[in-house]
Every structure is written in C-alpha cells, then in structure tokens.
Design a protein around this ligand. Structure first.
Ligand code: ZN
Length: 236
C-alpha cells in the first residue's frame, strides 16, 4: 500500500505491531511506515504529516551524506584508518607505490602521472593488507569463544554489507572499508559472522549468543552506523 504527501511517496507496511514506525531509507530517502494491522489510512496519513519536518530533515541528511562519500584522493583530503582521521599527503616518486602513516598524515607515494583511479587502487590495496593482518587473529580468538571453525576469509569491497559468511563452506567475507572504522567495529563484525555459523538468522537465539559473547555489541553496531560515510542501509 502507498500514498503520496506532496512529492513524497510513503510505503505502508502492515505488521503485527502495536505502534507506528516511520523510517527514511537511503540512498534516495524513501519513506516507509510500518503500522498495526487494522489501522485506517487517515490515521496513518495524519501521523505522517505530523512528522513531515523530520522526514524532510532525514532526506536532506542523506543527500548531504551522499555528496560526502566519494573521495577524490586530493592533497589534504580526510581519510580514516582504524577510526582515526588522517590528511592525505601525495608524494611523487619513480618507485613502487607505498603508503605510510606519519603523525596525522597518510602519505601516499606514487609514480608521477598516477591518476585518481591509481591512487584509489593503491590505497584500497593497503586497506586490504591492514585487514589481512588483523583478521586472522580476531577469527582465531572468536572461533574459541563461539566454538566454531571457519573456512577461508576474504577481504573485499562490498556495497551494502560489512561482512558475510557462507554457512556451508564457512567462508567469511569482510568489507575493505572496515579498516577505516575503529578496531572494535571489525571485531564486532567478525563475532557477528562467526555467530552465524551457530545460528543462520537474526533471531532471538542469535541475539542471545551475541549478548553472551559480546555484551557491548549494540554499542559497536551503533558506532559503525554513526561514523562518517556510512548509511543505515548497511546490513551484516
Ligand atoms: Zn548477520
């Protein structure tokens, strides 16, 4: 079911719930309202109109976030490593590319004529390396805590997920962008994916396992969703 409020389309989803729940979703700012089963459309419409200012501010926030996202790999641009902000410093040198952290600078050394795509490629490879160093230790730690055994792990660019796991092969995939977040966020994702080897779906059993093994996981999830360059759309 749908209705329009000016130029805003509102999707109505009826559910077995007691209260109305309004949400604005990235990337385009789609509006969704979950309602109890037998609520009439007028009530829903009046409620939504009362929240119009909030809806518009959420949509504005999403539009701004979207503009913020693409990095151009320019001098003094902000880049994050393990949750800490660094300023990009570009160095031209006719040698193999190199990345180094020096105080608050992320020094990206490239051959002259390296274009933006090359800068991105070198930096992404470096982020992947950072993860490949840390993830095996975290997997070993959480295999013991949760009592599971994993297969291989991969670090890769993912558009809508922080991590994933294949229940049959027990392979774990980690999003390259996690190297930009505080280390606890990566640890949370590792614990989350390994927990899926005991429980496939996000049900009560899954939550109980997470609560038992990592009581502060909600805090880490919030951190992950709040930090720059992230959207609410992430699922994991
Ligand atoms: Zn999950």
């Amino acid at each position: 079911m749908q209705f329009m409020l000016g130029d805003i389309t509102v999707d109505v989803i009826q559910k077995d719930i007691k209260n109305l729940h309004l949400s604005v979703h990235p990337p385009a700012g789609k509006v969704r309202i979950s309602t109890p089963m037998r609520m009439d459309l007028d009530t829903i419409r009046v409620f939504t109109i009362s929240k119009l200012a909030w809806i518009k501010s959420q949509q504005k926030k999403l539009r701004e976030q979207e503009r913020e996202t693409p990095r151009e790999y320019l001098e003094r641009e902000s880049h994050y490593v393990w949750g800490k902000r660094y300023l990009l410093k570009l160095v031209e040198k006719d040698a193999a590319p190199n990345v180094e952290l020096k105080h608050n600078k992320l020094v990206l050394q490239l051959r002259p004529a390296a274009n933006q795509a090359k800068r991105q490629e070198v930096l992404d490879a470096w982020y992947r390396e950072q993860l490949k160093e840390v993830v095996p230790h975290l997997i070993a730690k959480w295999e013991k805590i949760i009592g599971v055994k994993t297969g291989k792990f991969f670090v890769q660019k993912m558009k809508t997920k922080w991590g994933s796991c294949s229940p049959v092969k027990k392979n774990i995939r980690i999003n390259t962008d996690l190297a930009k977040k505080p280390l606890q966020c990566l640890e949370y994702i590792v614990a989350h994916e390994l927990t899926h080897l005991r429980e496939r779906s996000h049900n009560e059993h899954f939550t109980a396992l997470m609560d038992a093994h990592m009581p502060q996981w909600r805090q880490y999830r919030e951190m992950l969703n709040k930090l720059p360059l992230t959207y609410q759309q992430w699922d994991y």
